[in-house]
Ligand binder design. Structure first.
Ligand code: SF4
Length: 350
């Protein structure tokens, strides 16, 4: 089981593919709460999981919020380390904080979300972000890991750069990030960007329902358009939902959404994780009203890009058509290969 604890209920960026950047309060039923999780509350949540969870579990310190904005983040990571709990962090790395304070707790995975190697491209999808700050922090992480090793501190963190693939960021941008990962010894992984949250896609299924101009612009940059995602959803149709069965999300204030893919408070299943035992939360998840339309349309498969082999095939066909400089491989190494259809003079080979 994965417990996603959104320690911070907001973000410093306004990415148009993310609900923090595309769900204005007028779009949703009630304003979403914003704030930082109190360390005492965090510790009580962890203690409760330790008491009640019967299966192996790990913690992810993120969902829609930016965990590294938390002024006491190291108090949270220290507590996880003290309890010997494996935990992951995901960040946009547009932060000017003491990264050593987090690294010293030895996260299992430290994921950095990136969507471009140069500012012109990066700021389209990481709106409000600065790629130079991100890249300088990646260098700093390398320095901190080397220093830790020199001091014989056993830091085994996997620093992973997660590159969000758009139609216009798979040329020099992706190469810059890919090469930097190789230089710094970090892992590079990539995934097809898509519009979230889930309820926005469900509302979008209603005939005549319009997306905002910003949503439309974001959808136009995507490799797999919404119509194709719907077809893929119909193909998948897994009987169970992995996000429901294998994850529990806890917001900074303790409230519990149906799953990591929803944002609107209308789809929260409980006001306080601490007041509900895990069995009861499971029952509440089963009754969530968003799951029926989601599963009927196969969006639970779309949310995890299942089956990944088909997503990968469509992605590669599109990249060959554009043609981008590089072709992505989501399944096996190497992650990138040169696109033989791409000509340096900008023309396409036939
Ligand atoms: S069925 Fe859909 S809404 Fe329900 S938990 Fe799964 S992904 Fe989330």
């Amino acid at each position: 089981m994965l417990y996603l604890i959104d320690a911070v209920g907001t973000c410093n960026l306004r990415c148009p593919s993310c609900p923090v950047g595309n769900m204005s309060d007028s779009f949703i039923d009630a304003p979403r709460p914003k704030g930082f999780m109190e360390p005492e509350k965090f510790k009580r949540i962890i203690d409760k999981i330790l008491r009640e969870e019967k299966n192996k579990f790990r913690v992810a310190l993120y969902n829609w919020g930016e965990a590294l904005l938390h002024p006491k983040i190291s108090e949270l990571t220290d507590y996880l380390a003290q309890k010997n709990i494996s935990f992951d962090i995901s960040t946009n790395l547009n932060v000017d904080c003491d990264l050593w304070e987090i690294i010293k707790s030895n996260p299992t995975l430290f994921r950095v979300s990136i969507s471009g190697g140069y500012q012109t491209t990066y700021q389209k999808s990481h709106k409000g972000g600065d790629i130079n700050l991100v890249l300088s922090n990646l260098y700093r992480l390398r320095y901190l890991l080397d220093r830790a090793n020199g001091l014989n501190k056993k830091i085994t963190t996997n620093i992973q750069v997660y590159y969000h693939l758009y139609r216009d960021n798979c040329d020099d941008d992706i190469a810059r990030v890919y090469n930097l990962c190789a230089e710094l010894g970090f892992s590079f992984t990539q995934g097809v960007a898509f519009l979230m949250p889930l309820e926005k896609i469900i509302y979008g299924l209603v005939p005549g329902e319009k997306f905002s101009p910003q949503d439309q612009e974001t959808l136009d940059r995507m490799y797999i358009p919404l119509e194709a995602q719907r077809v893929l959803g119909k193909l998948g149709k897994s009987q169970r939902c992995v996000l429901k069965d294998a994850q529990t999300v806890i917001n900074y204030d303790g409230s519990v959404p149906t799953c990591c893919a929803v944002f609107d408070p209308a789809f929260f299943i409980a006001d306080d994780f601490l007041e509900n035992d895990l069995e009861h939360l499971k029952e509440l998840k089963e009754k969530s009203p968003i799951c029926s339309p989601c599963m009927e349309n196969g969006l639970h498969d779309v949310a995890i890009q299942n089956p990944i082999s088909i997503w990968n095939t469509i992605l590669r066909e599109e990249q060959a058509k554009i043609p981008t400089k590089y072709i992505s491989n989501l399944l096996t190494a190497p992650a990138l290969s040169i696109n033989s259809h791409h000509k340096t003079d900008g023309t396409t080979s036939s």
